[in-house]
Write a protein that binds this ligand. Structure first.
Ligand code: AMP
Length: 249
């Protein structure tokens, strides 16, 4: 079984984003970029399925600027077999990404497509679900466990009340949650090896997909600053303050 893993290049999760002065977006100039953390988990899961002998090939796909090649090389260094970059300087919204991934799937016919549950830059949490709808495939979102049994995949999902397990027929879409696994670090020899693994470059036009935006960003703003706290001398003072604020009876 082939596994397709879409990976997005996003602002590194350790970086505190700076909003552009004109409020049109986040300033990405000279900012460290990395693979979306949920996508690292997706790559790790695909590689583990290959190591178990369940998957035969792991293909990483990214839609984005030329530098998204670095993200794909990271996936290759972790253990993916080959990569596809759909290169564009335009910002692609989740629907555009899902349409492109649907075209890739038509060519690749993967048994499983494992995406992150959300990209930490736009926090959309839409692409996997839209892809499932476009391809008319079953989906198991927010996965904390994935087990392939023949032509079925059992996905344990993190839901509000606890865990839910669903069984899907393959081909299927899975989106990863944080507790699915701990992604490995790529070793230096594997980083070197990844440089010679195949990476194909395409464009949205090659797939005939219109990626024109349908949404307009009205404004982007920093979160409101928290006001400074007050130190209290003892519990009595704390309770008195809470009472005066109407928090405690
Ligand atoms: P989102 O719906 O934007 O929160 O993204 C959910 C998941 O879709 C991500 O974790 C990725 O697996 C995939 N994805 C979103 N955008 C891209 C992109 N530009 N390139 C590759 N994969 C993407």
């Amino acid at each position: 079984m082939k596994i397709l893993v879409p990976v997005k290049r996003v602002i590194d999760y350790n970086v505190k984003p700076r909003v552009k002065a004109d409020g049109t977006g986040v300033d990405l100039a000279n900012v460290k970029m990395s693979m979306n953390p949920f996508d690292e988990i997706a790559v790790e899961e695909a590689i583990r399925l290959k190591e178990k002998g369940v998957a035969t090939e792991v293909v990483a796909v990214s839609i984005g600027v030329a530098k998204a090649q670095e993200t794909l090389r990271t996936a290759l260094a972790m253990g993916a077999d080959r990569a596809i970059l759909i290169q564009t300087d335009d910002e692609v919204e989740p629907l555009g990404v899902a349409k492109l991934l649907a075209k890739v799937q038509e060519e690749e016919q993967a048994g499983l497509i494992v995406l992150g549950k959300q990209a930490i830059d736009d926090d959309s949490n839409q692409t996997g679900q839209m892809l499932a709808a476009l391809l008319n495939l079953p989906q198991g979102t927010f996965a904390s466990k994935v087990e392939v049994e023949g032509d079925k995949v059992s996905v344990t999902r993190e839901v509000d009340g606890g865990l839910e397990t669903v069984k899907l027929s393959t081909p299927a879409i899975v989106t990863t949650d944080l507790r699915l696994n701990e992604p490995r670090y790529a070793s230096l020899p594997n980083i070197m090896k990844a440089k010679s693994k195949p990476l194909a470059t395409k464009t949205p036009a090659d797939f005939g997909v219109d990626i024109a935006p349908r949404l307009e960003t009205v404004s982007v703003a920093e979160p409101a600053k928290r006001s400074a706290g007050v130190k209290v001398a003892d519990v009595d003072e704390l309770v008195a303050k809470l009472k005066s604020m109407g928090v405690a009876a």
